[in-house]
Structure formats: C-alpha cells, structure tokens
Ligand binder design. Structure first.
Ligand code: DAH
Length: 428
C-alpha cells in the first residue's frame, strides 16, 4: 500500500531553491510574475469554466467569487481553487482531517488544560505581509513566486501556510494557540500533492519567570520544552515509536528542527518546528519573551494514520469513503474499495523559457479536476538547435466511476488545445 511519505512536506525547510524529485515538494526557479504567468493570464478569461458564483462565509467574512478570482494581471487563482474554499474539511468531525485535528486538540487539552486557544476558522485570504513578511520569509524566497503561491492581487494571497497567523495572534495577546486551516499552493499532480491541503500551527510563549526557575538560557529552555511537548504529541498519535530530531532551516525559527518517527519501516517527517525568531516576538509586543512554534500537515499524517492511499480521497463525497470514518475514531484503517482502471495519455511539446510544471498542472486540473491522478515527465531531451522537448504522461482515473473513452479523449483534446494556447508551447 502506498504510504504518504511525501504529502506536502514543509516548503520553507530548505535554504536553497532547487528541484526535489520524488519525495519532497518540488521547487522551480521561477520569478514572481514571470512571463509564463503573463502567458497564462492573457488567455485566462477565455478558458474560465463556469462555477457557481455563490458567496462564501469564511471566518465571519463574506467572500464572493469575484473577490478571489479576478481579471487582474496579478491574479492567478483559477475557478477550481475558489470552488474548494469554504469546504473546511478540518471542521468536519467525521472526516479524517477533523478527527486528526480533534486528536491533537485532545493531546494539548489533556497535558495543558485550558492553556491553548484554538482557531480553525480564520480567513485563508491574507496579505503578503502576513503570509511572508511578518514571519521573515526573505524577499527572494521561492515560496513568494507566482509559480508557487496563489495571488489574489499583488498584496494579497491565499495563505500558503498557517504560520501566516502567528504575528496577528501574538499582537492580539494570545500566548498559547493552535491554528488549523486550509492552505493553498500551486503544485504538481500525484497521489500526495493537491493544491489545497490543511495545516496546524502551534505556538507557546514563555515569560522570564518560566526559564529563570531553570538553569537554562531562554532559547535552550524553549527548545527543551518544545522537544518534550512534540515527542509527547507524536506518541499520542503514533504510539511508542522511535523518534529523531533533525536540524532544519525555517525563516521564522532559530534553532529549527524536524521531528521524524520510524513508522512502517521508514523514517517519516512529522512536523517542522523551532524556537521563534526573536524579531517576530519583538515586532508583536513580546520582546521580553521566548516562544516555540511548530507546523504540521494534516493530510500527510492522516494518510499514514488512516492508510489513505490518495490525497484526492479527502475531497470525495463517495459514501464508500465517508462512511468509514466517525468522530473520535483515530487511526481506523481505510478499506480501499475497488479502483476503476486508469487511462494514460501522453503529450509532448517543445517548451519555452518560461515553461513550468506547476503551470502545466494548473491547466490540466482546470480541465480534468479530480479526474487527473498524476502528471509525470517521462521524456526530456534537447535537440541540436537547442530546443527542449518534454513528454508528460497524464493518468486519468475517477475514484467514483468508470470513465468512457470518449470522455477521456475529450479531456485530452482540451488539454492539448489549452496547453498550446495558455503555455505558448509547440505541440509535437
Ligand atoms: N510554515 C512551515 C511550512 O509550511 C511549517 C512550520 C515550520 C511552521 C516550522 C512553524 C515552524 O511554526 O516553527 O513549511
């Protein structure tokens, strides 16, 4: 059974910007508002598919489709993404993501009664300042690029991590909090990557009387408490597993770590964490304090805990999936129902300088939605003239029904047409 060892690893955990193949988040060297973005925008209007334009209410704020999907050169949010906003899977107590969220709440409530404030309804539309600047993400960090993040306009994004709420909650006086929410990232397509997924952020602030009673300096005190608390959380979720701490890099913490557990015969990353950068505390009214913070991906953990083999299943309404989970039942193993056969189609084209795989995947998802299971580069060569050709294999498969040849041929025909038109590439 495929285990979700790679479902949305933390994107901020590497200093350099590189491609990870197989395993972790793939990055590309795309600059914000690159020409590929411009290419996809120019034909955006034309390719929009009709989607109900009903308004949503998110965190007490009414949001209409036009507030998120705009004909503005700095907007790259497709209709398919708007249609996922407001689903709030993490707030459904019978859904694996809700069950996992509640399981984590239970750990903190048992070990720190009445201490942690919980937020699971904060609006996912945040400012660039909240998402990046407030948590010290460098100006040239790849996560800010148009290729990786959904921009509503030049100053507003769909949050790409729940860390976007750290600063405002500190400013509002919270010292212990858990923030759960849907996060959005432009990404490739496979069984462990989906452009919308869910994270939980935890923050715990200490004041001088906390560390003065120990023999430790403030940072060492926070790091020790962090490790103790998160090891307890991992045991609460996974049982008596072997664990290890790996030194890591995040812009918002120093020192930074990843916690790994030995599970089903492999080391698996559970979360990213660290001692909060002093600058963040200072800018938000807590210069006298130290704090620890962590962030974890709910899908990544739920896929392992519940044996869920494909990230698209979280979004299905198929009763054969939904009926298998109920409130409070952590770690019930999903029994796969018969899979319908996949259908593979290849597409080859000469790429241009601005081509990115994320842009290709956005086009394919825009047409096939959740019927696309995977998009894999299967051939790549450069000819004598210096032109580079890519061939991608697209796997189409429904979780819920058999697809007809006609339906798949239509999808593929549309993909070919739109790839050519929107990405400005030459089909072979
Ligand atoms: N925001 C990080 C990501 O999405 C996860 C994370 C890592 C959150 C370390 C934290 C932290 O609060 O301390 O990749």
């Amino acid at each position: 059974m495929a285990v979700a060892s790679s479902a949305h690893s933390t994107i901020f955990s590497r200093t350099s910007f590189f491609h990870h193949i197989n395993g972790f988040k793939r990055f590309s060297f795309c600059l914000p508002f690159s020409s590929s973005a411009a290419a996809s925008i120019s034909s955006k209007k034309k390719w929009r598919q009709p989607v109900a334009s009903s308004a949503l209410e998110l965190g007490g704020i009414k949001i209409a489709k036009d507030d998120v999907v705009k004909d503005d050169p700095t907007n790259n949010v497709p209709d398919t993404i708007f249609s996922k906003m407001g689903m709030q899977l993490h707030r459904r107590n019978n859904h694996p993501l809700g069950i996992l969220k509640n399981g984590i709440y239970e750990y903190f409530d048992t070990n720190y009664p009445n201490l942690f404030d919980k937020f699971d309804d904060l609006c996912p539309i945040v400012s660039v300042k909240q998402n990046f600047d407030d948590v010290l993400v460098p100006a040239d960090h790849v996560s800010r690029s148009y290729n990786d993040t959904y921009y509503v306009d030049a100053k507003t994004v769909l949050r790409c991590h729940t860390s976007a709420h750290q600063a405002e909650l500190l400013r509002r006086g919270h010292t212990h909090f858990l923030v759960t929410g849907d996060v959005y990232r432009r990404d490739s397509i496979d069984s462990t990557h989906y452009p919308v997924f869910h994270q939980m952020e935890g923050v715990c602030v200490f004041t001088p009387d906390n560390w003065q009673a120990s023999s430790l300096d403030p940072t060492a005190y926070a790091a020790e408490d962090l490790k103790k608390s998160l090891e307890g959380l991992a045991r609460h979720l996974f049982g008596a597993v072997e664990m290890r701490w790996i030194d890591a890099y995040f812009p918002f913490t120093n020192p930074s770590y990843e916690l790994e557990i030995y599970f089903k015969e492999k080391w698996m990353e559970v979360l990213g964490c660290g001692v909060m950068e002093q600058e963040i505390l200072k800018c938000n009214g807590r210069s006298d304090s130290v704090a620890w913070a962590f962030g974890l991906g709910l899908e990544r953990l739920a896929m392992v805990l519940f044996d869920i083999p494909d990230i698209r299943l979280f979004w299905t309404n198929d009763e054969r999936f939904t009926s298998q989970f109920s409130e409070g039942q952590m770690g019930v193993k999903f029994k796969p129902f018969s899979k319908y056969p996949p259908c593979y189609k290849d597409i080859s084209f000469w790429i241009n300088e601005s081509f990115t795989e994320n842009n290709l995947c956005e086009v394919v998802r825009g047409i096939a939605g959740d019927l696309v299971e995977e998009v894999v580069l299967i051939d790549n060569f450069t000819n004598k003239k210096g032109l580079t050709s890519h061939c991608y294999r697209i796997a189409y498969r429904s979780m819920e029904r058999s697809l007809t040849d006609e339906e798949i041929n239509n999808l593929q025909w549309n993909v070919r047409e739109q790839v050519q038109e929107k990405l400005n590439v030459v089909l072979r």
